[in-house]
Design a protein. Structure first.
Length: 173
């Protein structure tokens, strides 16, 4: 084997090794496979205590009749469950107040690691997992915030479906 072949082989090996090391580093730790016992992608028919709040095409938003509006010691205003084509795709948790924001941030960082904060002037944090994204934000002026869990695969399916609907709708113009 000549020197250039060995260098190329070494380069390919290092590239493969770096991909194997770097990709898992981007996923956050303790990525949840669902929320409060409901796995992402679960059919709405398997969750009997849901109450429909809103419908928008293939997306329906529900709340749970007996949901505990508390995360550890923090009371939250609302927890809603979003289903796309009758499958759980997202959960939104809404809260008020700076003290609740700081406590929830501490809980999320303790559970999933530091998260990304693209703009240090905004209280917006992101955790990107293999199957799930978490967005956490707080608006200091309104004193309101939210935690948004979103299934990546179902979200991509929904975006694709929305683009197809937009193309069909454009033909009517």
């Amino acid at each position: 084997m000549n020197t250039s072949s060995r260098k190329l082989g070494t380069l390919v090996f290092l590239l493969i090794l770096s991909v194997c090391v770097v990709i898992p580093a981007f996923a956050f730790r303790n990525e949840p496979d669902g929320f409060r016992g409901i796995k992402w992608g679960t059919d709405i028919k398997k969750v009997p205590d849901m109450v429909l709040l809103e419908r928008d095409g293939d997306t329906k938003i529900y709340y749970r009749k007996f949901d505990k509006l508390k995360i550890e010691d923090v009371y939250v205003d609302e927890i809603v469950y979003r289903f796309y084509k009758n499958r759980l795709c997202a959960v939104h948790i809404l809260f008020d107040g700076f003290s609740n924001f700081t406590r929830l941030k501490s809980i999320l960082v303790g559970q999933h690691g530091q998260g990304d904060q693209p703009n240090r002037h905004l209280e917006k944090y992101f955790w990107f997992g293999a199957n799930l994204n978490i967005d956490f934000e707080y608006n200091e002026i309104e004193r309101k915030g939210g935690i948004f869990y979103s299934s990546k695969s179902i979200h991509e399916e929904q975006k694709k479906g929305d683009k197809e609907k937009a193309k069909k709708g454009a033909k009517d113009l």
